[in-house]
Write a protein that binds this ligand. Structure first.
Ligand code: ZN
Length: 507
């Protein structure tokens, strides 16, 4: 009887794998159409493309919520069966069955209503942002807050809604852990920022000019190859906003956006998206068609893009082997002294817009949003008081006050579509980076030496070996424990900021 049991378990296991493969095919088609829509699709094809995208996404969703799938996962979840699964299958069953059960608890008509409302709310947000007038958006935001609470309330009826949201974007993280890390950061960053501001901003006039866009594209290719992006397992294109998308194992794509007067913007976007892509390109093929292949841990994902962009890309030594080539591809750089370039990529100053912020003030932009989300979800602050609260926090954290809502509370799209709890993951990514940097220096030696000698591939190999190859097998807390041997802490990031900026700004 034991043997029969094992055979039927293996059979169910194979069925689940086949079933996942089928879901992936629909998802791949949807991702390809979505990529095309954002990079190449001619205007007249948009309606037809959107219809096809809707079809493939709906099919993928239908399959992952079908009763047939649920009963297979239920069977594999039984403790005596579960114990016999390999580790990747255990992760797959645990995560996918949890998601399946969550969706089963959401009433169908509520879900449809939620998706429609969120689509409409996004449009209203766009108009309100254009007009710089929060009052236009307030009723939509109010509704999205209420509906998001209701939505996660169905999924996890016994838990605090904001905790559920945090866990959805960064599994294993909760507000107690985030509070501790962000408070430490805030206390360390405020004095650091005052010291930097007291030192004054560098003179960057020599960077002003026009930079050929075709040449900027060549610089992007150079940077992507240099950091380890595999062009045989991916591609690059242009879009309105830079992003990375994984179509399947062996095809991870990045986009960029170019501006004639802002060459640094496309260079650092290339490195950032390249970091996301390298992570997914490096996932071990053993995890194809398991949950580990899909990295829905936003903090961990962001830690990899930000490691390349900030920890590596904004370190002067990163550019030592590259600066000559940069001047060959983009001649205006020949006239810019290396020191000025290094000051430009580390120009720290308070500004209103998160996506344009430097690596130091960026942290404070996220802390502001996290505190706002807690005010919304845990203190139930009324919607009409939110813009003033935003502006007060901006003043407290960055010492500046927005003139209008477009450069204040209306700047990000996240809340309009119900993505509450997403923002903290950006900063958690940087916090993890401080810890990874610490560990890399312990194991491989001084970062500046490695970069100056052009041995960056040793760092990519380290990240692959310790982090990338496992995809999302382990959540971020587990990754930190496995790789750095401790709990998540802001101290290494703060130490890195202090030592780097006191050197650059001379205090
Ligand atoms: Zn990113």
């Amino acid at each position: 009887p034991r043997k029969i049991k094992e055979e039927s378990m293996n059979q169910t296991c194979e069925q689940v794998k086949e079933y996942l493969k089928k879901i992936r095919k629909y998802e791949q088609a949807a991702a390809l159409i979505s990529w095309d829509l954002q990079t190449a699709a001619p205007k007249k094809s948009i309606d037809s493309k959107l219809e096809a995208l809707g079809f493939f996404s709906t099919e993928a969703f239908r399959l992952s919520t079908a009763e047939e799938y649920g009963s297979m996962l239920r069977e594999l979840s039984r403790p005596e069966v579960f114990a016999g699964l390999d580790e990747a299958m255990q992760v797959t069953v645990r995560r996918n069955y949890r998601d399946y059960q969550r969706f089963q608890r959401v009433p169908q008509n509520f879900y449809t209503d939620y998706i429609t409302t969120s689509g409409r709310s996004e449009k209203v947000w766009e108009e309100a942002k254009r007009a710089g007038d929060f009052s236009l958006f307030a009723p939509s935001l109010d509704k999205m807050i209420a509906m998001t609470k209701e939505y996660v309330g169905y999924m996890e009826p016994d838990k605090d809604p904001y905790e559920v949201l945090l866990d959805m974007y960064e599994e294993g993280m909760d507000s107690a852990a985030i509070d501790a890390v962000f408070t430490e950061l805030k206390n360390g960053l405020l004095p650091l920022l005052s010291a930097i501001r007291a030192a004054g901003r560098p003179d960057l006039a020599s960077l002003k000019g026009t930079y050929d866009i075709e040449a900027q594209k060549k610089v992007q290719d150079l940077l992507l190859s240099y950091i380890g992006f595999d062009f045989d397992a991916g591609a690059a294109a242009e879009s309105e906003h830079p992003f990375t998308t994984g179509l399947c194992h062996g095809d991870i794509r990045v986009t960029n956006h170019y501006n004639e007067t802002l060459p640094l913007s496309s260079m650092f976007s290339a490195i950032h998206e390249g970091g996301h892509a390298i992570f997914e390109q490096n996932i071990d093929s053993a995890y194809i068609n398991t949950a580990a292949e899909q990295v829905n841990l936003m903090g961990l994902h962001e830690s990899q893009s930000r490691f390349y962009e900030n920890i590596l890309g904004r370190t002067p030594a990163f550019w030592t082997p590259l600066y000559g080539k940069l001047g060959e591809l983009l001649p205006p750089f020949k006239a810019i002294p290396f020191d000025t370039f290094c000051r430009a990529i580390n120009d720290v100053h308070p500004s209103f817009i998160r996506t344009e912020a430097d690596e130091v003030t960026y942290c404070l932009h996220i802390i502001l949003r996290y505190e706002m989300e807690k005010a919304i979800f845990q203190e139930n602050v009324p919607t009409d008081r939110l813009p003033a609260l935003w502006n007060d926090k901006m003043e407290e954290l960055l010492g500046i006050r927005p003139e209008n809502d477009a450069e204040g509370i209306l700047q990000d799209m996240h809340w309009s579509e119900g993505s509450f709890g997403y923002f903290p993951s950006y900063l958690l990514g940087s916090v993890y980076d401080g810890m990874f940097l610490n560990q890399i220096e312990k194991e491989l030696g001084n970062l500046d030496c490695i970069l100056e000698e052009g041995r960056i591939q040793e760092i990519t190999a380290w990240l692959k070996e310790k982090i990338h190859r496992y995809g999302s097998m382990y959540n971020s807390r587990e990754v930190i424990r496995r790789v750095c041997g401790g709990e998540v802490s802001a101290k290494p990031l703060l130490d890195y900021f202090r030592s780097k900026y006191s050197r650059i700004y001379g205090f």
